[in-house]
Design a binder for this molecule. Sequence first.
Ligand code: UD1
Length: 342
Amino acid sequence: MRVLLTGGAGFIGQHVLARLIARGHEVRVLDALRADVHRGRPFVPPPGVAFLHGDVRDPDAVDAAVRGMDAVLHLAAKVGLGVDVGDLPDYAASNDAGTAVLLAAMARASIPRLTLASSMVVYGEGIGLCPEHGAVTPGPRREEALASGDFEPPCPKCGRRLGTALVGETAPLDPRNAYASSKVAQEFYASNWARATGGSAALLRYHNVYGPGMPRDTPYAGVAAIFTSTLRRGEAPQVFEDGAQRRDFVHVRDVASATVLACETHAEGVKAFNVGSGTPRTVGEMARALATSLDGPAPVVTGRYRLGDVRHITADSSRLRMELGWRPAVAFDDGMAELARA
Ligand code: UD1
């Protein structure tokens, strides 16, 4: 296929690009090389890949980028969590408006297929299991509770401690920060476009992506990159809360294979797919795996917390396996050891 990859110079984008090339697709990359991500570094596309330096918010750049394409993979976005309400305009412009401009251009050029990079953050605090009330949506955690070391969000009905559950794609959307809201908006715009044009959209809700090329020492650095940098300085990783918060750390090459597979195979209607390894880990476990690989000091559990962090987010990624036949290939210990070496 001839495919346009937006955000192809980014961390996940470069791995998706490599996968597209390996699968024999003809690729054009559109990337704005945002200063807050790329810090002035140039992007040199691999041989045979056309690179357009442009912004998805610019209709002329996007019209030129989509011309002659069979499909679009839309990864260009402002990532991170958003520090405060002052970040809302940039998320709305970069992610919401950028997607709207892209979709309008796709409609003008009659491009029928979209694969969108979304995120597990669309589920907010996800689902908890109450011994009395069953599956419930945990409420936001109160600062006084966090300050007193009480990190588990309680049942919103009776206040009891909740068990954890895997979040499926039909769980309610509950975006709790600027980034999450912009991902929900992108999904909704994509659905609007698909209904209006008869196009297909695969909405890939990525879990915590890690691997070679992860941004480090920037506001976009995920916890695995932060711990790796800390260990390289010979210091102990600082684990927030009590270290028992759960995530699904999924390797970036597995995310790339899922993304390309969805682009190749999902050709009808709108469907969301969780993209996780299927094996949740605690942040404490992840810190220990990296400390072991780097032969560094043992992690320190600090009890500190970030307001706005969710406690557990763990996906049920079985739809991607069952319906598209995706299989993650990188085991957690191998992936963490590779990250440590990178
Ligand atoms: C991450 C992504 C987000 C994505 C989401 C999908 C980043 C920066 N954020 O959010 O874009 O949509 O996954 O699931 O990649 N922590 C520590 N010590 C630290 C830093 C963090 O213990 O020094 C803890 C945090 O408190 C949190 C966990 O690590 O409990 C994960 O944090 P982080 O890597 O920022 O990712 P998410 O918030 O899960």
